[in-house]
Design a protein around this ligand. Structure first.
Ligand code: SF4
Length: 128
């Protein structure tokens, strides 16, 4: 939730912008990528809220912690079925944002959040 009306908050369903697919289409974020059939999932990452615990890197080879910056980053933002489980583990283990996590695994076919999905309804829990 944000007090700044100019600030987009994808995690706030009360903000009208979320209801406007022209303004917030999850699949438009990182739409440049390999064919969906090859890599049906993508990562949305709130790097500015990473607290550098390294849990993601322990869980998945797709995640690396930069020891100079103290911030993690994915090796790839687009992942296939064979990489899904480890990235879901990383998303669910991430303790940032009071346990809600800053790694988001999105199904590109539906636009729904596979993990961590704190609301339990597939809504994207990003709040940049
Ligand atoms: S688990 Fe989350 S907070 Fe910890 S390094 Fe990875 S992304 Fe950052």
């Amino acid at each position: 939730m944000t007090d700044d009306p100019e600030r987009f908050d994808a995690g706030d369903p009360d903000q009208a912008v979320v209801d406007d697919p022209e303004q917030f289409d999850p699949d438009s974020i990182g739409s440049e990528g390999p064919p969906v059939a090859e890599k049906p999932y993508k990562i949305l990452f709130e790097a500015n809220k990473c607290i550098g615990t390294g849990r993601c890197a322990e869980a998945s080879d797709n995640w690396e912690l930069d020891i100079t910056t103290g911030i993690a980053a994915p090796v790839s933002y687009f992942i296939g079925e064979d990489e899904l489980a480890e990235n879901v583990d990383a998303a669910e283990l991430c303790p940032a944002k009071k346990g809600d996590g800053v790694i988001h695994v999105i199904d590109r076919r539906t636009g729904e959040e596979v993990a961590p999905d704190p609301a339990g309804d597939g809504s994207i829990s990003v709040d940049w």
